[in-house]
Ligand binder design. Structure first.
Ligand code: HEM
Length: 332
């Protein structure tokens, strides 16, 4: 049978899936249609983000990903697609904000206790990317409003190895300056870094030791010291051909966090404008809950933190000739 646009896209289902509560109550509220459609659009994009994240995890879960292979390019390409989708999600709030607080009040009470708080796809995505249960604001609370089967989905994602943990394994496999090798490079680096610190920043040296040489099992950390050394090395020497894609990968993760955070802040401000200091339909403290989650839920914060340990480019230690050769295009 010929494929037809209408069937292929299952438009019968999608276009017949909007049932305003205000219609059911015979209290017409024009803007409820917008409210439903925009949430559905978000959920579809969340689905696509899962599709991309799953594919990236599948590639990274291979025991030996060659940084010189097309696979790493695919990872970077798909993560950048996630960034672009997230940018659109941030902008969609503009459309939501064409609804005024009075328009919202026309149907808001009919929604209780439904809330975006019950978006299991959103929470599953956070977990899949690497947000741990221990790092969540309110701990158990975040699943309090979910159905049992949706809690199970999120717990499963939390139990699986996350994207951030796969990134950790990938970084640990980086072949340059591995543990046990000559430590003189990092000793030298630490000295230059220490000399670059202002008096009030000298504590950073203790943090340096902790992050790059501390105990790898710290419960609140996903990146081990060898992985952090590899990531810093990539950031510092990203100009070398072999490190360009790895650098783009790390950068894409930071961009994902930044876009997620932009979304959280825009959503929070919209909520404040829409309902002021009233509690949410999901029963949370509303804006205060959202602010705490926005402040806490940075997923790739350990990568962002590494930027505190950079030094000026002109002070970078010259690399041993052997490593420099490996990082180039293989010229003799
Ligand atoms: C008039 C528009 C909106 C209002 C007033 C609003 C309000 C709220 C409030 C108060 C919360 C906190 C939980 C609660 O007590 O309900 C919340 C959470 C949430 N909302 Fe919205 N929301 C709106 C639009 C949206 C849209 C369009 C989305 C897109 C999917 C969305 C997704 C979420 C998500 C994912 C959470 C959970 C955030 C987290 O736990 O960190 N919201 N919303």
């Amino acid at each position: 049978m010929e494929v037809h646009y209408h069937d292929y896209l299952q438009l019968d289902k999608i276009l017949n899936a909007q049932f305003p509560e205000s219609d059911r109550h015979h209290l017409p509220a024009h803007d409820e249609m917008l409210f439903i459609v925009i949430h559905q659009a978000y959920e579809l994009w969340f689905k696509q983000l899962h599709h991309e994240a799953d594919s990236v995890v599948t590639i990274l879960s291979k025991p030996a990903l060659n940084d010189n292979s097309p696979e790493l390019q695919t990872v970077v390409h798909r993560l950048n697609r996630c960034v672009t989708i997230l940018r659109v999600l941030v902008h969609q709030i503009d459309i939501m904000e064409t609804m005024t607080p009075m328009d919202f009040l026309d149907f808001r009470d009919m929604l209780r206790p439904a809330s975006g708080f019950q978006s299991w796809q959103f929470k599953e995505l956070e977990a899949k990317l690497g947000l741990k249960f221990e790092q969540r604001h309110g701990k158990e609370y975040y699943t309090a409003q979910l159905r049992k089967e949706h809690v199970a989905v999120i717990k499963k994602a939390e139990g699986n190895k996350s994207l951030l943990q796969f990134i950790n394994s990938w970084l640990e496999r980086m072949p340059f300056l591995k543990a046990g090798a000559d430590t003189s490079f990092w000793d030298h680096y630490k000295k230059i870094y220490g000399d670059s610190l202002a008096e009030a920043e000298k504590n950073n040296l203790a943090a340096f030791d902790d992050i790059f040489y501390g105990q790898p099992s710290a419960a609140d950390r996903s990146l081990s010291p060898p992985a952090c050394r590899a990531a810093l090395f990539i950031m510092l020497y990203r100009g070398y051909p072999l490190l360009q894609l790895p650098f783009q990968l790390l950068n894409a993760l930071l961009e994902i966090d930044e876009q997620l955070s932009s979304w959280r802040y825009r959503h929070m401000n919209m909520v404040h404008r829409m309902i002021g200091t009233r509690i949410g339909t999901g029963g949370s403290t509303g804006k205060d809950y959202l602010k705490a989650a926005a402040d806490k839920h940075y997923i790739f914060r350990e990568i962002a933190q590494l930027n505190s340990f950079l030094i000026e480019r002109r002070k970078l230690p010259a690399l041993p000739a052997e490593i420099e050769k490996q990082l180039g295009f293989g010229l003799v």
